[in-house]
Design a protein. Structure first.
Length: 62
């Protein structure tokens, strides 16, 4: 099961966060808006349910 962890301003920021989380061995899913959009549209970042504490620790490091 996946849980919504954070919202980001656009697809470029979402890809940057994906790289940061992947460096800490945390898989993420980037969910675009339902309607067809561009990279400038807001995105949601989802993490596995049991790994939210790891994602919080990554954010605390930054």
């Amino acid at each position: 099961m996946w849980v919504k962890f954070m919202d980001v301003a656009d697809g470029y920021a979402a890809e940057t966060w994906r790289e940061v989380f992947n460096q800490e061995a945390l898989s993420v899913r980037i969910v675009p808006p339902i309607e067809v959009g561009a990279m400038t549209d807001a995105r949601s970042i989802w993490v596995p349910d049991g790994k939210t504490h790891v994602a919080r620790e990554v954010l605390n490091k930054i």
